[in-house]
Design a protein around this ligand. Structure first.
Ligand code: IPE
Ligand code: IPE
Ligand code: MG
Length: 255
């Protein structure tokens, strides 16, 4: 990595991610290592999520998208699913004041109609409360699947074509993009997955097309600000070519 001695401020901020997506994995194994029930891992993981939201906000990063519950996680034992939903509900009760104080704009991505009505109402209310906040854009992916997201976008577009609001030729990558989750904020610059597995597990399939991927062996309840900073430093050393050659990018920098 080249030392950033004579970099302009603009160049150095260009090296800072604007949007980070995280797969918070490893809660169950963390608990198992300690002889605790998996649910204790989720409780510990929730506290870490809270710290990381604050840490990311402090670093002037625009957006953070956290994977909290996948569309496939319903396959887990009912007691674990129930605990996760309860934890989610109590988090909504306890955290929104803090998000308001920190100017965080929170929303949810995923198919929320599968949740109990009470939970859906709480989700809507907390989104409405934080909607005017101008700080960190926090998205929590719950009952989210990347394939669902793409199919959902396709359905919206098909409806528009059927009703005559859109022509077949209007379907482009750009117009399709407008119908997937997070269309209004830039695509994730980096994806961090904790827990040691190297897969995307149906997360943000469309949005991760050019994200830099980081896999950490640290289990999510052990992830902290130092680990976050380490990934951000590594990110700043990566050359994002978007299909171009390294020479083209070097040339553009010198020009
Ligand atoms: C991630 O941790 C949290 C959720 C999927 C809700 P896990 O519960 O998947 O933890 P491991 O992978 O079993 O260790
Ligand atoms: C991905 O983790 C989902 C979340 C972190 C919420 P999983 O633990 O569900 O992923 P797999 O099953 O190991 O691929
Ligand atoms: Mg897991």
């Amino acid at each position: 990595m080249v030392a950033a001695t004579d970099n302009t401020a603009e160049e150095s901020t260009a090296n800072q991610p604007r949007h980070i997506a995280i797969i918070m994995d490893g809660n169950g194994r963390w608990a198992k290592q300690r002889g605790l029930p998996r649910t204790a891992g989720h409780q510990a993981g929730f506290k870490v999520a809270r710290n990381i939201v604050e840490a990311v906000g402090k670093r002037q990063i625009e957006a953070l998208t956290l994977f909290a519950f996948s569309s496939e996680n319903w396959k887990r034992p009912p007691t674990e699913v129930r605990l996760l939903l309860d934890l989610f509900m109590s988090a909504l009760e306890s955290e929104v004041d803090k998000l308001m104080a920190n100017n965080v704009h929170m929303r949810f991505i995923g198919e929320r109609s599968a949740f109990p009505e009470k939970l859906q109402k709480m989700m809507n209310r907390s989104e409405q409360r934080t909607a005017g906040n101008t700080g960190l854009k926090l998205a929590i992916a719950v009952n989210y699947g990347g394939r669902w997201d793409i199919v959902n976008a396709a359905k919206q577009i098909a409806t528009a074509v059927k009703s005559g609001d859109m022509e077949l030729d209007d379907i482009t990558i750009e117009s399709f993009h407008q119908h997937v989750s997070l269309a209004d904020c830039g695509e994730p610059d980096m994806l961090i997955r904790t827990g040691g597995d190297k897969r995307v597990s149906n997360y943000l399939l469309w949005q991760l097309a050019y994200s830099e991927l980081f896999f950490s062996d640290v289990l999510w309840p052990d992830f902290d600000e130092a680990a976050l900073d380490e990934s951000i430093v590594q990110f700043s050393g990566r050359q994002r070519r978007f299909g171009k050659t390294g020479e083209q990018l070097e040339g553009a920098k010198r020009a």
